[in-house]
Design a protein around this ligand. Structure first.
Ligand code: HEC
Ligand code: HEC
Length: 259
């Protein structure tokens, strides 16, 4: 009898253990990825927060020191902030907050570029503010005598009309706000670069990158949302529109300095 009772207890113990294991698997929730602790900062679009201190820091750059530092930028961005290649952005007269934030984002790896990340990696925050001050001072409207702005093939009238509508009115049916509400032509909101003197190829590449998420440094994702709502033709038309200078004046009137 003692032997039988030992076997019985063993059987009971095994059954209880198995039931406990089943209960554990069935009832104890497995942690979902959402419940996992957020890993430090990886998914944030930018390390920049527009506090009063940061804005003052950005606006306090030294133009002369910036001019000296800018020597190392000239071979790509041009001596007067107008680049020779349509794929490299023009920097002359760029919004200060937008300019500084891009350098910070490249430095932190929040915006990816094989060419720009190494350039930004060696800058301090002060260098960035000084460069910001210098480039903001360079005039955006080139002298009609020179050839700093590359000629763009005449834009197809239908594409121009599509772009002009998106720039001035947006498209409420797709939740697209007017580009000019943030990018000008006359002014631009702080942190949004003016596009009026930007290169078409560069604009198109940025719109594609926002649309597919490979550029994701826009705080509160205005550009990822908008670019993904635009179709391929819209993106091309907008790049051509700005790149051909039509975005420089309200209503798309043709500026005199572009033929
Ligand atoms: C080797 C060429 C090269 C050099 C040198 C270079 N850049 Fe750039 N820069 C680029 C390219 C290419 C891009 C666009 C990269 C991308 O697609 O994100 C860019 C983008 C930028 C942008 C973002 C502009 C925008 O409209 O968002 C800023 C600001 C900038 N560069 C500033 C500088 C400064 C300041 C220096 C000098 C310290 C510098 N760059 C040196 C090639 C260069
Ligand atoms: C709600 C404001 C807002 C609207 C509307 C908006 N943008 Fe932007 N856009 C921004 C901001 C802010 C940035 C800078 C993002 C960052 O910090 O990198 C930006 C960046 C861009 C850039 C990259 C410029 C550069 O120099 O790197 C392009 C191109 C652009 N926008 C095109 C457009 C077009 C085209 C439209 C209209 C279809 C549009 N945007 C509408 C706020 C806006």
């Amino acid at each position: 009898m003692p032997r039988d009772s030992a076997v019985t207890w063993l059987v009971v113990a095994v059954v209880v253990t198995v039931l406990a294991m089943i209960a554990f698997v069935v009832f104890v929730p497995t942690p979902t990825p959402e419940a996992a602790p957020a890993s430090a900062n990886v998914a944030t679009p930018s390390n920049v927060a527009w506090t009063e201190e940061t804005i003052a820091e950005v606006n306090g750059g030294d133009t002369v020191r910036g001019m000296v530092l800018a020597r190392r930028c000239e071979k790509c961005h041009g001596e007067e902030g107008f680049s020779d290649s349509g794929e490299i952005p023009n920097l002359a007269s760029m919004d200060k907050l937008a300019f500084w934030k891009q350098l910070e984002d490249y430095r932190a790896g929040k915006r990816k570029s094989a060419l720009m990340q190494p350039q930004a990696a060696v800058l301090t925050r002060r260098d960035e503010a000084d460069l910001t001050a210098y480039y903001a001072l360079l005039p955006a409207i080139p002298d009609p005598q020179d050839t700093r702005v590359k000629a763009v093939a005449a834009i197809d009238p239908q594409a121009a009309a599509t772009a002009a509508r998106l720039v001035a009115l947006g498209d409420g049916t797709r939740g697209i706000p007017p580009c000019q509400g943030c990018h000008g032509p006359v002014g631009n909101v702080r942190g949004a670069p003016s596009l009026a003197t930007q290169n078409a190829d560069y604009i198109l590449a940025q719109l594609e990158a926002f649309a597919d998420g490979s550029r994701a440094n826009d705080i509160n994702l205005p550009m990822r949302t908008i670019a993904a709502q635009l179709n391929q033709e819209d993106r091309k038309a907008l790049a051509q529109y700005y790149g051909s200078g039509l975005g420089a004046l309200p209503g798309g009137a043709s500026p005199v300095w572009k033929k």
